[in-house]
Ligand binder design. Structure first.
Ligand SMILES: [Zn+2]
Length: 297
């Protein structure tokens, strides 16, 4: 089976200070408060991955330039999801200039943008008028947008998606339903919100990562709960609009699952959702190539 990892993070603590994002991971987090490089990733995935899409970590422009230089000789296809300040009012021409600063001299293909919207104190941050305008223009320039959201952000994500019909969106980590095995109070709200988003034809869904309601809690994913949510998402978005990502090294630190264990859990749940074995190449490779417009030759 060919594999594109649709969601990895690399990070250099020396380059970006002590935290990834506003004090996270905490100082006591021995698993995640480290540097993670492509070398570590490709050593740990041990030949099972053909390429990876790096997803932004910090809200820092310079990170884009650092990521553009990161690759590994074992990687056949490399891409990146970058970060820019979306709250700033910008004309299309200005946005083009910013994008050129990122792509010039980069060895990874810029494919999408993302903001850690779930961590904003305002749950409706995504429907801010400047954010909407910038995300619209991102689509006009031929780039996509990754939605990092939880249940409380589903309504504003829906407004954004409806106002930017030319932009292709992907929901990271299925909008983080609780797969810890506990009773989850937000389940009905999650279902309604994600169903609404699935009605827009420019929205895809990434089957990636394992989260509990409490973002900091370390736990092993419950296979039945992963099956349940994967099956829901495959049913809503269709098998052509879902693809896999590991969320390494967060899934390694938070869920003690290395890349191969991660593939195993998701493969089980994808097959349990009714997808036939022959189609796994699409979910683990081809659909990510299509969504992010990766060059696979
Ligand atoms: Zn992630």
């Amino acid at each position: 089976m060919r594999v594109i990892d649709g969601h990895v993070h690399w990070f250099d603590l020396n380059e970006y200070g002590e935290t990834w994002y506003k004090g996270w991971p905490s100082k006591s987090d021995k698993e995640l408060r480290k540097s993670f490089f492509p070398l570590d990733y490709y050593n740990s995935s041990n030949g099972s991955v053909d390429g990876a899409v790096h997803v932004q970590v910090a809200h820092e422009f310079d990170e884009n330039l650092w990521v553009g230089k990161q690759n590994d000789e074992r990687e056949k296809i490399g891409a990146m999801v970058c970060w820019i300040d979306l709250t700033q009012e910008r004309a299309l021409e200005e946005l083009k200039t910013v994008v050129n600063q990122i792509t010039l001299g980069s060895e990874r293909k810029l494919v999408s943008f993302r903001h850690v919207a779930e961590a904003e104190s305002n749950p409706d941050w995504l429907s801010n008028p400047n954010v909407i305008q910038n995300v619209k223009n991102i689509g006009v320039l031929g780039y996509n947008f990754d939605l990092l959201i939880r249940t409380r952000n589903l309504a504003s994500a829906s407004i954004l998606v409806q106002n930017a019909p030319e932009t292709q969106f992907v929901i990271d980590h299925m909008a983080k339903p609780d797969v810890s095995g506990d009773i989850w109070n937000e389940e009905e709200k999650w279902k309604l919100g994600i169903e609404k988003l699935s009605h827009s034809k420019n929205v895809w869904c990434k089957l990636s990562g394992f989260y509990a309601d409490d973002a900091t809690r370390s736990f092993k994913p419950d296979q039945n709960r992963v099956n349940y949510f994967v099956s829901k998402c495959v049913g809503l978005f269709g098998k052509e609009k879902v693809f896999w990502g590991s969320d390494w090294p967060v899934s390694l630190g938070l869920n003690q699952t290395d890349v191969n264990e991660n593939i195993k859990i998701y493969k089980k749940s994808i097959l349990a959702s009714g997808i036939e074995e022959d189609y796994l190449d699409n979910i683990f490779y081809q659909n990510a190539v299509s969504f992010y417009r990766l060059s696979s030759d």
